[in-house]
Design a protein around this ligand. Structure first.
Ligand code: X3X
Length: 338
């Protein structure tokens, strides 16, 4: 008798907890009526992992917030991108800009010590560094400028020279017009390397190569394969690895502050997970992408790394407005990893 009574009580407790859980779920599903639509803009093409990752993160956030946070993604600069995209964030639009950190350099000068040439030997070093105090200080400075940084490590690969002739030394670049994204970091880097840095939006780049307006560009193997650079006359890749191509994810601090905390947590977690997934995926894919590019006639060659490092040395000096010693701090952190 006693046993039966115990079983009955247990069954009742189980039913009650299921009812409460369902009610709670329903409440979460119905939510509090909060709804926010954010437009996310970047310049990458549909076949590139950055685009795929942004779509995956947006879908996951939508699902985990029961539709409360809807991120509409716009690739290939369909919406304001590059500098103009970051300006939308600073203006407080319901907008997420996904650009490399050099586009934040106008607001946080110290970023020039993070997104600088020939700093990193691996993806992992950069992923580790962005979690260290010296970079978190930069993140805090960005927030003071109205830019909430949700991620910095959507890495799309080391950028190499992609040209119509073999490049091994800075002298080989003399007189060559090499396309770069339009920030001081890229312009200064390719100029120091010996080229005529030629800023162009990505959308105009491949036609400019084909028409001979420029002699080449610089980008990663993932860019090369994802946007079919290999179909142009620029079939020589000089493995300078001069910049680690990576994107950050930026939203207005004012917009961020209005988002309920439980949704902020989901958004942050999903963008963090998305970057981690993309880094691991691209690390595993790189060798195969190189082989595929070679099968399309792309030729890779080594370069005189010391000559390029010597040419780039003047760039590691703090410019006016940067925190004194910030380069040394970054170098010390990187040395501690090696
Ligand atoms: O701000 C994001 C990066 O600077 C984009 O670099 P870019 O303009 O060389 O484009 C890379 C391509 O993969 C885009 O499809």
């Amino acid at each position: 008798m006693k046993r039966r009574r115990l079983m009955l009580v247990l069954a009742l407790v189980l039913i009650a907890s299921m009812v409460l859980f369902a009610a709670g779920k329903k409440e979460a599903a119905a939510g509090d009526g909060y709804k926010l639509v954010l437009k996310l803009s970047h310049v990458f093409s549909p076949a590139e992992q950055l685009t795929i990752s942004m779509d995956e993160v947006a879908a996951s956030i939508y699902e985990k917030t029961n539709g409360a946070i809807e991120i509409q993604t716009f690739p290939q600069a369909q919406l304001p991108a590059y500098k103009e995209g970051v300006e939308q964030v600073v203006r407080g639009a319901d907008f997420i800009s996904v650009e490399d950190p050099s586009f934040i350099g106008d607001y946080v000068l110290d970023i020039k010590a993070l997104y600088a040439p020939m700093m990193y030997q691996s993806f992992d070093e950069y992923v580790d560094l962005v979690r260290r105090p010296v970079v978190q200080d930069m993140v805090a400075k960005a927030e003071a400028q109205g830019i909430k940084i949700l991620a910095l490590d959507y890495i799309y690969g080391f950028r190499n020279l992609i040209t119509d002739k073999v490049i091994r030394t800075p002298a080989d670049l003399s007189g060559m017009k090499i396309r770069v994204p339009g920030t001081v970091t890229y312009i200064d880097t390719l100029t120091a390397m010996g080229a005529i840095a030629t800023p162009l939006p990505w959308g105009e780049t491949l036609s400019a190569v084909q028409q001979g307006v420029i002699d080449g560009l610089e980008g990663s193997e993932f860019t090369n394969i994802g946007t079919r650079v290999y179909e142009t006359r620029a079939k020589n890749v000089a493995t300078t690895r001069h910049i680690l191509g990576t994107c950050g994810v930026y939203i207005s601090t004012d917009v961020w502050a209005k988002i309920p905390e439980q949704y902020q947590t989901i958004i942050q977690e999903e963008f963090t997970k998305g970057a981690d997934h993309m880094v691991n995926l691209l690390k595993s894919q790189h060798a195969g992408v190189v082989k595929e590019l070679e099968s399309y006639g792309v030729k890779f060659n080594d370069v005189d790394g010391n000559a390029f490092r010597k040419a780039l040395a003047p760039l590691y000096v703090e410019k006016a407005g940067m925190t004194p010693g910030v380069f040394q701090t970054v170098f010390a952190e990187l040395d501690s990893m090696r």
